[in-house]
Design a protein around this ligand. Sequence first.
Ligand SMILES: [Zn+2]
Length: 56
Amino acid sequence: MRNTPDISSNSITETPQERRERFLLEFEKPFKCEKCNERFKKKKYLREHKTEAHSY
Ligand SMILES: [Zn+2]
């Protein structure tokens, strides 16, 4: 495993490719569920997910 001391503890093990993929993912699906960290392309999908998966 590589050590990169100048990067914060959050993303030490990420390769540049993984970082890029994560960036694209966050760009494409900006709506994240706070409860299970699932991502959605549209706010509507997130709302529907919350209703189905986290309804009380
Ligand atoms: Zn969720």
